[in-house]
Design a protein around this ligand. Structure first.
Ligand code: SF4
Ligand code: SF4
Length: 104
């Protein structure tokens, strides 16, 4: 993948500059969801997600950007509190991907 032409070699690249293509077609009937009561805001899921599909707002975990999520399950594997699990695509989730529990 090449950089956009507007970014010159040596330029500062901000987080919002990264490509964020729609990867949702890669998922096979499963998407990540979070049990908010178990989340301790360590942000390991954000650090390890290869597709920038974990959303962080004001330093806190804020759900998933589902169009960018390819369902690789790395966030599930990295979450130390087992707050994230894969659920069927049709499972209703809250605006921050929550499947139950309240925000701490
Ligand atoms: S399953 Fe988790 S780690 Fe994989 S792309 Fe989706 S949010 Fe990122
Ligand atoms: S890895 Fe788990 S505990 Fe840490 S921010 Fe993500 S969901 Fe929350």
């Amino acid at each position: 993948m090449s950089f956009p032409e507007t970014i010159r070699p040596g330029a500062l690249i901000r987080p919002d500059d990264q490509p964020n293509p729609d990867m949702s077609g890669w998922r096979v009937d499963r998407k990540p969801a979070v049990q908010r009561s178990l989340c301790v805001d360590c942000l390991l899921c954000w650090a390890f997600c290869p597709d920038a599909a974990v959303v962080v707002q004001s330093g806190h975990f804020a759900g998933f950007h589902y169009p960018a999520c390819k369902g690789c399950e790395i966030c599930v594997a990295t979450c130390p509190t087992h707050a994230i699990s894969m659920v069927p695509e049709a499972t209703p989730v809250g605006p921050q991907g929550e499947m139950g529990g309240e925000r701490r």
